[in-house]
Design a protein around this ligand. Sequence first.
Ligand code: ADP
Ligand code: MG
Length: 764
Amino acid sequence: MNRQFQSAIANATPDGDGATRELRLAIAGMTCASCSASVERALRRVPGVRDATVNLVESSAFVRIDARSATREPEVIGAIESAGYRATVRGMTAGTEPTDSSLGELRTARANFLLALALSTPWILQMIGMAWGQHISLVWPLEAALALLVLSWPGRAFFVSAWRALRGGRSNMDTLVALGATSAFGYSFAIAANWLPGVGAAHAANYYFESAVFLVLFIALGKWLEHVARGRARAALLTLLDLSPRRARRLTNGIEQLIDARDILVGDRVVVLPGERLPADGVVRKGNTEIDESLLTGEALPVAKAEWDSVCGGTLNTHGRIEIEVTANGSATALAQIVQLVRDAQAHSAPIQRVADRLSAYFVPAVIALAALTLASWLLAGAGLAAALGFAISVVVIACPCALGLATPTAILVGSGMALRHGILIKNGAALELLGRTQLLLLDKTGTITAGKFELVRIDVRNAASTEGAHTERRVLEVAAALERGSNHPLALAIVAAHAAREFDVLTIDAMHEREGLGIEGVVAGTPVCAGRRGFLERAGIVIDIDDARDGGDAAVTAVYVAIGGRHAGTIWLRDRVRPEAERIVRDFRAAGVDIALVTGDRREVGEHVARVVGIDRVHADVLPREKLRIVEEARGAGRIVTMVGDGINDAPALAAAHTGVAMGGGADAAKETGDIVLMRASLSSLREAWLLSRATLRRIRLNLGWALVYNLLGIPIAAGALSGLGIVLRPEFAALAMALSSVSVVASSLALRWNERRIFTAR
Ligand code: ADP
Ligand code: MG
């Protein structure tokens, strides 16, 4: 179990060859997609940086640096700072740390809002008074002083960030806010101080300090709410980590000692009582029990554990007292790494996200141009400077594409968190998006449509009639088992088990080599031997003169041909069983218009038999691993969105080549490393759940993007005064409120994805 997850994780650091160094950074000050895009651009421009991914929702970046380059952390951080943001190194170990920094950001955002609220009291009173028919007049120097205080205290962050960006020759969302607030304040001050006597008298009706103040107030409110909502979305993942107990019982020289779970070291003996969760990953060294691993696998049935079995931190010990030897602690546990993996996978690589990023990079300059155009048009149309400037400021403020930037990452965050709770590990945000758009679903047979649990049917011995040159069943099985002991293939496991049950001799093998998807060859006591599929033996010049279709009898049995000393010695027939849920899942996919084909390295009769049982009409049988890859590539070449589901090493190339590679949890490590999605429950129901989830997430992303776009597209003309003829005018401060609410509504909409949870995950 443990190894299964660890191997799924290995892919998180794709360059294990040491060619790159990895750097994880916490980044402060990013508010929008255009921020994350400019951080990413800045990072990519640093010499030696091979790849950089910025996660807006997590406020983090993941950078891979060429190991040979002289670039070090300060240069990378410097690049981010000159782009107008702050960065700190998070290191590879800090699995849970960002909560602290985001908690800090949340507190700052709330403090800023409350401060801005307090400082805007006079204007709020004035508005309340107005509603009651009372006119409360404020003296302008007081207004100016308070407004300046608001801009420079709670509003300071916008100006600092805008200034940094400006110095770097860039612009960001804060540029818009700062520009809007400065213009409103500057204009009001000039009028009130009577510097522009030609434009308007220094009369309260002609200036609007409150626009600048409320703009900061509402943006601060929006940021605060956004932090709250983002924190909520993130919490879905982090609650998984919270399940790890805080304390542990360490056993030292037979004495139990209650310690802080963070102080556990690898190699420690730890006691876990019934009903307690495990504080770390380890191996059971004493006692036996059943462990509820639903946290990791989504599978509710507890799993029996005895001595030497691996166990994972965070899982629940149901009834026995056990002692475990710790093999991984803290952020190295399978659970912590899975959570980290999912966090890294979120958002950025989703193709739909890149569109939003590209849009928002051009957004700020375009918006400023649009605002200038608004100003000029109104002036030309003969409006006063006050009104014209008001419209221009509203345009600047409402056009902020924050909602656009949050639309995709928040939905994927919520979606992958939901998946993880049900034993579906999503290692790549793009995969979550593409799975739902699958047009061709390729299913491997052994271990995917079937359970991969073979049973031996019988052993045929070649030349059984003549004693000359014939081997016994026993000999065939002994040789096959000697070979297969080195393999993890489902056929190998069955052959080894069948051999063990018979208490035959255990032969020692001198050399052994597995040919993926073909079979195994080796040397036993000086004699070359091999076992595998027909083509594998025939290519080695071994003659197999039996007819599978006739001698296999039942179409459902798989053959393993065994050769000893270069001659076919016998055939082992094994039967697998089709997963009970397979037929229904196939039916559901077909009903949704998805094409399905079965691909298998097994012989045609078996492939077609299984396909018939589950209702698939296209079969690619007797294929080699590279042919599986070719099938995927051809379908992609024909413009189809391909999902490949498999469990074996032989499926790995095809999994990697498909738009979405889905690995079965029980299968080979290579498959789980290459797959974009790992079904930890090893059930096809999980495939359907992942697919439904992907479709729901995709719908939510589209809804979010559409909403954000419509909001901006409708908001801009209204802000520009297009409807002023109808008496509809959006003052700058309300433009700010509208903008803030659009971000909040997008995040809330992503959170609403959870309403689908019951529908998706209970229909098993
Ligand atoms: P599938 O594509 O259905 O998952 P594989 O590609 O894993 O099947 O295997 C294809 C065929 O290759 C098997 O049916 C078997 O005949 C042979 N084969 C593969 N690996 C082994 C092995 N370790 N021992 C014996 N035969 C093997
Ligand atoms: Mg397989």
